[in-house]
Design a protein around this ligand. Structure first.
Ligand code: F6R
Length: 273
């Protein structure tokens, strides 16, 4: 099934659309098991989710949150760690809080930690996976060349990823940890539903190759073509490389796109909103 593509006029509108979709999933299923990303792109989504939680009384106490990845060597107290990011931007604002699990970047045996996490994810059963995408097409820290069969494991980051993430480490790519623990591509594909967020012109080539290119481990996000229930939340710049035929007519109003064949704000389509 082709992915659903929602294109917003701005980063804020893209973030709001993604947050509202996550909130709807959680409201419909309070015990939602979700795998969530860090990075710059989802910051607006988390801001909006916190607002929705405050103003609309969205409850998280029966939900379970898993984090997608973590730098090897960093723990929850380290400023650059993804666990710290998530605490700051989402978790500390949720009261009562959801159950949270994440990869421990300081585990004495990172291999066993990955096996533990893989088991925890399988036992929970992921309802929703939310992803960003790297300029090089990575999802999680599954860098180009990662097999589509990959599971949670220790990986080595590319120079491009370390450059892209340098702003979180004082601007120095060398200060970005060279390795990380990441949920694998096969594990991601086991989620029942997947959202992918991308904003800005720098992401346009990766978005285009992931959606329209061949299935190719050189573009890890192209593996998402194998999943039957993927929604891309894009701003106009990130969507610039997409074939206009693929981009639904009527995009724009209210900052959202639509499935081909559905109407307005994506209300159509077999209960998929
Ligand atoms: C984050 C992650 C990465 C990012 C990607 C995009 O947990 O796993 O795949 O989603 O690198 O990062 P930003 O959003 O900073 O451009």
């Amino acid at each position: 099934m082709p992915p659903r593509i929602r294109i917003a006029e701005s980063y804020e509108a893209m973030s709001a659309a993604a947050a509202e979709a996550v909130a709807r999933r959680l409201a419909a299923r309070p015990s939602l098991r979700m795998l969530l990303p860090t990075g710059h792109t989802p910051l607006g989504m988390y801001r909006r989710l916190v607002e929705i939680t405050r103003h609309e009384g969205l409850r998280w106490d029966r939900a379970q949150v898993f984090l997608l990845d973590e730098y090897l060597g960093l723990g929850p107290e380290d400023p650059g760690s993804f666990r710290r990011y998530m605490a700051e931007h989402l978790l500390r604002h949720l009261n009562p809080a959801p159950a949270v699990d994440s990869l421990n970047g300081r585990a004495a045996d990172p291999g066993s930690e990955c096996a533990r996490y893989e088991q925890a994810l399988a036992a929970a059963g992921l309802d929703l996976v939310v992803l960003g995408i790297g300029r090089n097409g990575h999802i999680g820290f599954n860098e180009p060349g990662s097999p589509f069969t990959s599971r949670t494991r220790v990986v080595t980051l590319t120079a491009d990823t370390r450059r892209a993430n340098a702003p979180d480490f004082g601007g120095d790519p060398e200060a970005v940890p060279p390795q990380a623990l990441t949920v694998g591509i096969a594990t991601i594909l086991e989620g029942k539903e997947i959202f992918v967020l991308a904003a800005g012109a720098a992401k346009a080539p990766a978005v285009e190759r992931a959606i329209q290119g061949p299935l190719d481990p050189a573009v890890p996000a192209s593996a998402l073509q194998r999943h039957p229930r993927v929604t891309w939340f894009l701003d106009r710049e990130a969507a610039a490389g997409l074939d206009p035929e693929l981009v639904p007519a009527g995009v724009g109003g209210g900052g959202s796109g639509a499935w081909p064949g559905s109407e307005g704000r994506n209300r159509g389509g077999a209960g998929r909103d």
